[in-house]
Write a protein that binds this ligand. Structure first.
Ligand code: ADP
Length: 257
């Protein structure tokens, strides 16, 4: 047996077809306990689709997804117990208040009654929701709605977090707060997060998985990807070239540019 940390997120040969359109193809990677991994790719590359397959919100056309060793297809409830998923635009119920929403989720998730109060208090504190806890979600700013989404994601104290663009649409101060929370969470949890912000990747993640046109085109250390270039430049190169694979000049590139 190896003494490496356990595998917490596994994508094995994941494919998703919408009719004849291939959204993702053969997506395979695994993430070990304690890693914070950035999931990058241009719009439409397949990040959200992959995340939905990993979290069981969609079923794969082929392949399998596992969370903490639990197969999403056959062992979904056990996997869901260990997993927190923040979808792209946050699933929010606008008529409810953060308190009623968190209470509702604690109950429907089957959290024991004696644990609910303590967990709600913990996420309200972590996500800084005290001042808005009884206000309708429809009246909250985007930044606060995002925090409510994060509080829901963290409510059952999951070991694995899958966060789909957690800072999209936030202002610089809100972005800083969310990043700080993610960094703090990364001390105890395994995290896969998608983002378009290169600075965020540099601040948060040591490893990058880059997807283009539904296929993984890089999976490895951030430093190795960047080399003596910049992350932005490498992103551009890897997502441009694969996007236009048929041009003959892409096959025989000059040795130096
Ligand atoms: P990303 O998150 O990287 O922007 P997505 O995973 O949302 O990419 O989308 C990947 C591809 O799959 C895109 O071309 C998108 O238009 C397509 N797609 C996503 N959802 C559907 C759907 N329900 N029906 C058809 N095509 C879809």
């Amino acid at each position: 047996m190896s003494d490496k940390p356990p595998l917490m997120i596994e994508a094995r040969g994941l494919c998703k077809y919408y009719g004849r359109f291939t959204a993702i193809k053969d997506v395979t990677f695994s993430i070990r306990q304690g890693e914070i991994v950035a999931f990058l790719g241009p719009n439409g590359a397949g990040k959200s689709t992959t995340m939905k397959l990993l979290t069981g919100y969609l079923s794969p056309s082929e392949g399998s997804a596992r969370i903490c060793g639990h197969d999403m297809k056959t062992d979904r409830l056990a996997a869901a117990d260990r997993l927190g998923y923040l979808p792209e635009n946050g699933p929010l119920y606008h008529d409810m208040t953060p308190r009623s929403l968190l209470e509702f989720f604690a109950e429907t998730r089957g959290m024991p009654a004696d644990r609910r109060g303590e967990r709600i208090a913990a996420v309200v504190k972590l996500c800084d929701l005290t001042t808005v806890i009884n206000r309708p979600i429809s009246k909250l700013s985007r930044g606060y709605r995002q925090r409510v989404g994060m509080a829901m994601t963290l409510l059952h104290d999951p070991d694995v977090l899958i966060l789909d663009e957690p800072t999209a649409g936030l202002d610089p101060n809100q972005i800083r707060d969310v990043r700080q929370t993610i960094r703090q969470l990364g001390e105890t949890k395994t995290i896969l997060l998608s983002t378009h912000i290169m600075q965020e990747v540099e601040e948060l993640a040591d490893r990058i998985i880059l997807i283009n046109d539904g296929r993984v085109v890089y999976d490895g250390p951030r430093e190795e990807l960047v080399g003596d270039s910049t992350l932005e430049q490498r992103f551009h190169e890897l997502t441009q070239r694969d996007a236009e694979p048929d041009r003959p000049e892409d096959v025989a590139e000059p040795a130096s540019a």
